[in-house]
Each structure stands twice: as C-alpha cells, then as structure tokens.
Design a protein around this ligand. Sequence first.
Ligand code: FAD
Length: 380
Amino acid sequence: MSTTTEQGAAFRAEVRAWLARAPWPYGLRNYGGTPEASDVPAGRQWQRTLADAGYACLHWPVEHGGRGASVLEQAIFAEEVARAGVPRQLNIVGPDLAGPVIMRFGTEAQHQKYLPGILRGDHLWCQLFSEPEAGSDLASLRTRAGHDGDGWTVDGQKVWTSAAGAADYGLLVARTGKERYQGITAFIVDMSLPGITVRPLRQLDGESKFNEVFFEGVRLPGEAVLGEVGQGWQVATATLGQERLSLGAQAVGMFEALREVAEAARERNLLGDVLADTITSLWMRIWLLRATWLRAISADTELSSPAFSVLKLVSSEVHRDLGDLATAALGADAMVDADDSPLVHRMLVGRAQTILGGTSEIQRNILAERVLGLPREPTR
Ligand SMILES: Cc1cc2nc3c(=O)[nH]c(=O)nc-3n(C[C@H](O)[C@H](O)[C@H](O)COP(=O)(O)OP(=O)(O)OC[C@H]3O[C@@H](n4cnc5c(N)ncnc54)[C@H](O)[C@@H]3O)c2cc1C
C-alpha cells in the first residue's frame, strides 16, 4: 500500500496528537532497540498501549494484528516516536525479527501461539545466534541440538544475547548435522526451561543489556523446530536481513538526535564554523540514509539481498559519527557530565552500532562480493 503526501501529513498529525495524550507507563525512557532488565515492565506496558491504539507492529500484515502500514507510514511513525522520546516498541527482536520469520517459516500453530504475545508485549524475545567462536562467521556455530526421542537436547553456549535475562522466548540456531549450512536448524526456545543459565555482561556505558547464555542438556519438544530440520541457515539469513532493515529504520529518528546535538553546542557557545560544517554534512548523510531506507523497504526486496547491507553499513556509521559529534558539542562538559549525559551515552553506544547485526567489515565484504562481483574470500 502506498501513501500520498497528504495522507502522510494526516497520519503524522494523528500520531503526534496520540503521542501527546497517550498514557506513558511510569519509568518509560527511550532505551533504544533493547531494554535493560529494569526497563522491561514499562516497555511491556508501552507495547500494550501501542497495540490497543493500533500502533504496534505497524509493518505486520493485518491478518496477524498489524496495520500493513506503507513505507511512508512506518518512517513517519519512527520519526514521531523519536521526536517524542519514547521507544518504537518493546524491543527489536520480537516485532522486527522473530515475528516476521515465524510468519514466514512457522506452522499455523506457531503463528497462533507466538505472534499475539509479541504484538501485545506479553512476551519478550531474544536472538540466540552469536557464540564465542562464531560471530561474523556464524555458520561455524557449535551449539548442538541432538535428537532425543520426539524432541531435542541442546548443549552449548551463546554470547552477546541482548535482553536474554528478561526474555520469555529465544530464537536459536544450533548444529543438527555436520554440513556447514545444511547442518543448522532453527528452534524456538522457552527461556524458562531447566538447563538454561543466563549471565549478564557489563558494557562500556555501564548498562547490562547483553548476556552469555549456557545450555546444558536443555530438552526441547519436537514442535520447537522453526521451519524444517536443516533449514536454519535460511531462517538465520532472513533474520539478519530483517535486522539490517530494522537498524536502518532507526536512521529516521536521527534528525531529532542531531537537533539535540546542535542545541547542546549552541547553549555552550560552541557552534562555530567547523562544528556547523560537520552538523550540516551529517544532516545530509541522514537524509541520504532516509532515502535509501525508504527505497529498500518500498522495493519489496528479498531479505537476503545485499541492499540491506548498504543500509546497515551507512546507518551504523552515521550513528557512530553522530555519537562522536555529541561529545564535540558538549566540549569540556563531556568529561564532567560523563555519567549522566545522554549525549555522552550516545557516543558510547554509537561504537556498538558498527558491530551488532554484522560488523561494517562484513557488510563491506558482502557488498564487494555480491554487488561488485569481486573475488570471494577463501572460506576456512
Ligand atoms: C550491542 C550489541 C548487541 C548484540 N546483540 C546480539 C544478540 O542479541 N544476539 C546475538 O546473537 N548476537 C548479538 N550481538 C553480537 C554480534 O552479532 C557480533 O558481535 C557480531 O556479529 C561480530 O561478531 P564477534 O563479536 O564474534 O566478532 P568477530 O567475528 O570475532 O570479529 C572481530 C573483528 O574481526 C573482523 N572480521 C571478522 N571476520 C572478518 C572478515 N572475514 N573480513 C574482515 N574482517 C573480519 C570484524 O569486523 C571485527 O572487527 C550483539 C553485538 C553488540 C555489539
């Protein structure tokens, strides 16, 4: 569905008016794509409020409770929540990654069991992909799922699992055979099962959003498999495509961040020619990013397409540079205020953007090989 400029303006006015009067849950802050454990109660309630008002999972088809929103509507919504200073949704993994791959690969029973809980924020999801020896090279993962009667037994370790401590369900990829790609299967894991241990990791910015997750003899029922046995690599690449798309969506909220940076510099009398030039060039990069994002999602592009690597690469590097600019705008206050300034925090988390969802080097490799047709890297 496409939206005319007039319809877009009307939708923007409707969302802005709703955000101004919506009941914000106590303690809700703009925590970005992933809540800390202490953000989860307010985040769940916010997702429920969005669902009641018809603003949850805008991009989902109407049959699954979404709005089947046009590209422009999704961009407008992301911009307006950024402007209001609230999260777009409970977290990225449920609505943007798990939901769409369950719709695509899941059975009817899985649709009915899991999609409503994601839509309404009853269930928080995490993504159990990266391992200590398998990050960029995800296909070398070693967590094993072995046949066990009608079900499976999982042993192994995941790492960098955002929100695992508070998650109800996880989307797991595990090794079920020897073949590098065909030997991988995707599972839906109930995070409360015996044998799962979650250990939080403390980050550079003082928060603890991600975790190590250990599996010791975890019994999964047969119906935990998502897609076919051996189809896990396809599920994983579709999930990563969704993730790149979703990270690109954050771009449209960056105008608000840039405005805050300019304001901080102006307040401190630091908005000289050099800083103004940098702000202008970032402003242009954000516009280009917004246009690239709109084009990528309007073209109905296959999720494994390298188009999303461009989006991920550009959006994360703009994000990082915006964070660095924030400290320049604060001047010496960046040191004094280091603990509680949201702008200093922006600089610290900006660094993570070029790593999560596939590093900038990996995106460049994908673009070099699959778009420019350069020789492939030798595989180990
Ligand atoms: C904030 C944050 C949240 C995250 N959340 C999750 C999550 O919820 N679930 C999850 O599963 N994972 C998550 N991750 C993990 C993330 O997906 C990995 O960190 C990422 O894929 C990189 O893997 P790695 O850390 O093992 O680095 P490595 O793969 O070990 O890479 C180390 C360095 O080598 C470079 N490198 C590696 N291979 C190549 C190559 N072939 N060519 C050129 N350079 C190369 C990389 O670019 C990087 O600079 C998260 C990461 C961050 C930062």
